[in-house]
Design a protein around this ligand. Structure first.
Ligand code: SF4
Ligand code: SF4
Ligand code: FES
Length: 245
């Protein structure tokens, strides 16, 4: 016999002056292979057309459906109800700007962070559209590819104690992005250049190293390794700077 699921869902429309944040309960019969994506769509179609949440790919690729599921950030489209108790609480991701109910704006946050970290390849080479593509060592290419798998869902930022305490903290996804350029041989930035950006409390030294970020990352990115790598690199750069003076 199928279970009856009880959803406690956060409701609030910041655009509506009369709206008050509250939890609303919905009941739904569980079906085979039901994901939270399916459940939320059914709730919207059958019970409340005003329920606001984001989805795009339904395949764990776009990162739009991240929300707090029973207290833990995760992707709704990749979460099966069978893996959850019958009582399910859904909240929007903290840290990001709330659009309404379960929908948050992660885009503005990521754009600002990537601007701060200058998240593009810095090179003095002039682009030549006729030149033959340059080869890259396979091992380095795979290392970069591994770090490029971030889908910008925001789960790591929402699980981060430092990001909750200070809104200027870059967060694990942005620091992982910096690590991606550090290993890229095309980027001509030096350790001192990176130190200028992340060698501070808003960057790598603000990280408390408790690794909530890696625990919740739906793409299983090696955030622990990258944060450790950057911390060592920036620590050594700081010591070199002291002796340079
Ligand atoms: S390890 Fe650092 S970045 Fe990750 S959750 Fe903890 S404080 Fe945030
Ligand atoms: S590092 Fe992981 S949790 Fe963080 S934004 Fe990227 S995919 Fe999401
Ligand atoms: S809808 Fe794209 S990751 Fe869930």
């Amino acid at each position: 016999m199928s279970r009856q699921l009880e959803f406690d869902i956060f409701r609030y429309n910041p655009q509506d002056k009369g709206s008050v944040p509250h939890m609303q309960t919905f009941v739904l019969d569980e079906t085979e292979n039901m994901t939270l994506f399916i459940a939320l769509n059914r709730l919207r179609e059958e019970q409340d057309p005003g329920l606001t949440f984001d989805f795009c790919c339904r395949a764990g690729i776009c990162g739009a459906c991240a929300m707090v599921i029973n207290g833990r950030p995760g992707l709704a489209c990749q979460t099966k109800t069978v893996d959850l108790p019958s009582q399910i609480t859904l909240m929007p991701l903290p840290v990001f700007k709330l659009i309404g109910d379960l929908s948050v704006d992660t885009g503005v946050w990521f754009r600002e962070m990537y601007q701060t970290t200058e998240s593009w390849i810095h090179t003095s080479k002039i682009f030549d559209p006729d030149a033959i593509e340059e080869r890259m060592d396979n091992e380095v290419a795979e290392q970069i590819y591994e770090l490029e798998r971030c889908i910008e869902c925001g789960c790591c930022v929402s699980a981060c104690g430092t990001a909750r305490l200070r809104d200027d903290f870059l967060g694990a996804a942005s620091l992982n992005r910096v690590a991606r350029f550090v290993v890229d041989p095309r980027d001509q930035r030096t350790d001192r250049d990176y130190f200028e950006i992340i060698g501070n409390d808003e960057g790598i030294f603000g990280c408390m190293g408790l690794l909530g970020c890696e625990d919740v990352c739906p793409k299983k990115l090696p955030l622990q390794n990258q944060l450790g790598f950057l911390r060592r690199k920036m620590g050594i750069t700081a010591i070199k700077e002291i002796f340079r003076k």
